[in-house]
Design a protein around this ligand. Structure first.
Ligand code: ARG
Length: 463
């Protein structure tokens, strides 16, 4: 440590320094499930390297491992592989372990290797020989699969719910601003008359498509890998339908080798679905950065949602949407990570797969928090109607309308009408922008946004 208490090796203040010595001392404390008493212990650097920050994600898996362990114990009892009494006692002991963990009475440590080991060690510590009965017919390989699967199902359910909430809020926003004119852009230049309602409706429909995508992915992953053991099943006569029912899965994931091979593949699929949401939000975020800027001033964000500058007193910055834009790429990188790891390993379990836990959880967190920020921003977003209407003083926005009118009113061919308007661009005019917005009758155009159809989908899905 140097003079001010900073570790010279890792440059972290002393009380947070995770220098290796701490682990050299403590690694000998705990025995792994696979260790014997005669000193086949691990070098502490190996534990440090293999576990890394895995305990952060394993802490989130803990409640799911408890639930799955209870289902496994109950099934062992039903199949007379342990006594019914042992099964009930194990379930009670598992509940107690969870309660004690929540109360902070025990913690996960790197020396445990993973959450599954930690729970079994805790069971044995609390119940002696009873704790040693639970692992019949299972492996940590199917334990981690089922715990991750349950976590993903839970987070997917939450994400699907939040998607509907966000779509609902944006749909109400679109409805409220159906007739507020807004220029439509192509190539970042004025193109055609559009409206705030049409712009917002675009994101509603996009979010609902993402909802369909994620619902489909939920169907794919809704299968129970528990009972696949190390990846080949066992000769223990388990009842896999029983744990499937108890854990609320739609079906058994039948082939044990596929159970293992789906790790990484399913994660990639889920994160890819989550990326669709982030792609929707990335477009929205970029629009917000642009449309809230002083060049456009179409919208104003509430002051409490913008940040200031340390040097420029005049600034209020849309950091929330810039961070959101960047988070799209974090999730994109997570897709690549899961795909790459799950792509070309030899069939069965490989420890490589453990690195897919973090990107999945991070991606769920980013999607859920981004959706929440969108709801926050839009519930107080100010629409500057005067500014938006003033854009239409640039009558070039009506050029295509004028050509269409020459066809529909004067019977010209479109190409002749186009040429005529192109020759007289300086003569374009518009008396009533609001009428222009309302008088666009086909489905999807500004006069017929079809928002009620989005509403219908939302209500059906909410049931
Ligand atoms: N923590 C491990 C993982 O996430 C659990 C499975 C351990 N299995 C093993 N054979 N070491 O993959």
């Amino acid at each position: 440590l140097n003079r001010i208490g900073i570790c010279k090796i890792c440059v972290i203040a002393h009380n947070r320094c995770k220098s290796k010595e701490k682990y050299i001392m403590s690694d000998t404390k705990k025995q792994k499930l696979w260790q014997s008493d005669n000193g086949d212990g691990l070098h502490p650097l190996v534990t440090e390297y293999i576990v890394g920050d895995e305990m952060d994600t394993d802490a989130l898996l803990l409640p799911y491992d408890i639930v799955a362990s209870k289902a496994h114990a109950t099934m062992l009892g039903e199949c007379n592989l342990i006594t019914p009494r042992q099964a009930t006692d194990l379930c009670e002991a598992l509940d107690k372990i969870l309660a004690e963990y929540k109360a902070g009475l025990w913690v996960l440590e790197k020396e445990d290797e993973d959450v599954h080991t930690a729970i079994e060690l805790q069971l044995v510590k609390n119940c002696g020989d009873l704790g040693k009965t639970i692992h019949l017919g299972r492996s940590r390989n199917d334990q981690v699969l089922v715990a991750v699967r349950l976590l993903c199902k839970n987070r997917l359910t939450q994400t699907l719910h939040d998607l509907l909430e966000t779509a609902q809020l944006l749909n109400s926003f679109a409805e409220k601003h159906t007739t507020v004119p807004m220029p439509g852009f192509t190539h970042m230049q004025y193109a055609m008359p559009s409206s705030v309602g049409q712009w917002a409706g675009a994101f509603v429909e996009s979010l609902l498509c993402d909802h369909m995508t994620l619902s489909g992915i939920m169907k794919v992953i809704d299968c129970n890998p528990l009972g696949s053991a190390a990846g080949f099943g066992t000769h223990v006569p388990l009842d896999r339908e029983s744990t499937t029912k108890a854990l609320g899965f739609e079906r058994v994931q039948i082939n044990p080798i596929f159970c293992q091979n789906s790790r990484g593949k399913f994660e990639a699929e889920i994160v890819h679905g989550l990326l669709q949401v982030m792609m929707t939000l990335g477009r929205l975020a970029n629009d917000m950065v642009i449309f809230c800027s002083q060049h456009y001033k179409f919208f104003s964000l509430a002051t409490s949602l913008t940040t200031g500058s340390s040097i420029m007193p005049q600034k209020r910055n849309p950091d929330i949407f810039e961070v959101m834009r960047a988070n799209v790429h974090v999730v994109q990188a997570n897709v690549l990570l899961c795909q790459s790891v799950g792509m070309n390993l030899i069939s069965g379990y490989n420890k490589d797969l453990k690195v897919t836990k973090k990107p999945v959880i991070e991606s769920f967190n980013l999607v859920v928090s981004s959706l929440e920020i969108v709801r926050l921003a839009f519930s107080s977003l100010k629409v500057n109607e005067v500014v938006l209407e003033k854009c239409f003083e640039d009558t070039s926005l009506f050029a295509a309308d004028a050509a269409n009118d020459l066809v529909m009113k004067d019977g010209m061919t479109f190409r002749d009408a186009y040429r005529q308007v192109k020759n007289d661009l300086d003569q374009l005019s518009c008396a009533d922008v609001s009428a222009v917005i309302k008088n666009r009758p086909h489905l999807g155009a500004t006069g017929n946004l079809g928002l009620e159809k989005y509403q219908e989908y939302i209500e059906v899905q909410r049931k």
